[in-house]
Design a binder for this molecule. Structure first.
Ligand code: PHE
Ligand code: FE
Length: 290
């Protein structure tokens, strides 16, 4: 997770790279219970919804056990599989800190766990979103390479003033990505798999558009942080996602400088349409807000 950090020095108690000890022995039984409740809900829902790489990763890391996972334990297997590890941070970290961790195959995860009354919604990513949502995919060698490349790409985008465009790529892949498989469309995005309601909405609801992933198109599409997405982008494979991002983004950034945003619910004649959404959910919500 990253934020437009305004505080650019680490908070008291954190190291220069913003990491802290997870303090695993300090979690209360009630906090472990929040993890178990969320885990059991998602584990029951995700077979047939999440992609194989995610489900395999969840299994490989044995994230269940008796509650909140100890990073020291999961890092042994994660490191063996793809060279990644999870590090604890106090909350959102500045972009340059986030990218440096990713480029070096460290995933910064929130140390805190949400309160029992926040099972379905919270503003800042907690350990359940960060670890349950993100870490299983990091056991996949292709996705692991993609995330590390994204970290290096982020450093470069910062220097070029292109972070807003690159952030859209992260949003529509790492957080809210869908994947086409022979069995049907599956979830790989952490923001979806860590949310019960969006795990259903993203695949089953008639409201959102589901469009074939196109790198430049994605980088022109704004996203919403306050509600379910109005559009999801579907990659043909994890390898195709990695391949699309291996190219030099320089020319793309050049074109994006003069390009307009694509309105969030728009479908272009050039889009590969998997589902033409009704947008009923978003329209209803907008009406209620008036
Ligand atoms: N290839 C991108 C660049 O030239 C870097 C990148 C890789 C960005 C993977 C995102 C994901 O900037
Ligand atoms: Fe996230």
């Amino acid at each position: 997770m990253s934020a437009d950090g305004f505080a650019h020095s680490p908070p008291p108690g954190a190291r220069a790279d913003w990491t802290i000890d997870q303090g695993w022995s300090g979690y209360s039984q009630a906090e472990h219970q929040v993890w178990i409740t969320l885990y059991e809900r998602q584990a029951a829902l995700l077979p047939g919804r999440a992609c194989d790489a995610f489900l395999k990763g969840l299994e490989a890391l044995d994230l269940h056990r008796s509650g909140i996972p100890d990073f020291a334990r999961i890092n042994v297997e994660l490191n063996r599989l793809t060279g990644w590890s999870v590090v604890a941070v106090p909350g959102l970290v500045p972009d340059e800190v986030f990218f440096d961790h990713l480029a070096n195959r460290r995933f910064p995860a929130g140390q805190f766990v949400r309160k029992p009354e926040q099972l379905d919604y919270l503003q800042e990513p907690d350990i359940f979103h960060d670890v349950f949502g993100h870490v299983p995919m990091l056991t996949d060698p292709v996705f692991a390479d993609y995330m590390a490349a994204y970290g290096r790409g982020g450093q470069r985008a910062m220097r070029r003033g292109q972070l807003a465009n690159l952030a859209r790529l992260y949003w529509y892949t790492v957080e809210f990505g869908l994947l086409q498989t022979p069995q049907g469309v599956r979830i790989y995005g952490a923001g979806i798999v860590s949310s019960r309601a969006e795990s259903i909405f993203a695949l089953d609801d008639p409201s959102p558009n589901r469009l074939a992933f196109d790198l430049e198109r994605v980088m022109r599409t704004p996203y919403r942080i306050d509600d379910f997405q109005q559009v999801y982008f579907v990659i043909p494979s994890l390898q195709a996602l990695l391949d699309a991002t291996l190219q030099d983004f320089g020319p793309i950034y050049g074109r994006l400088d003069g390009a307009s945003e694509i309105p969030i619910a728009e479908i272009l004649p050039t889009d590969g349409v998997i589902t033409r959404g009704t947008q009923a959910y978003a329209l209803e919500k907008a009406k209620a807000a008036q």
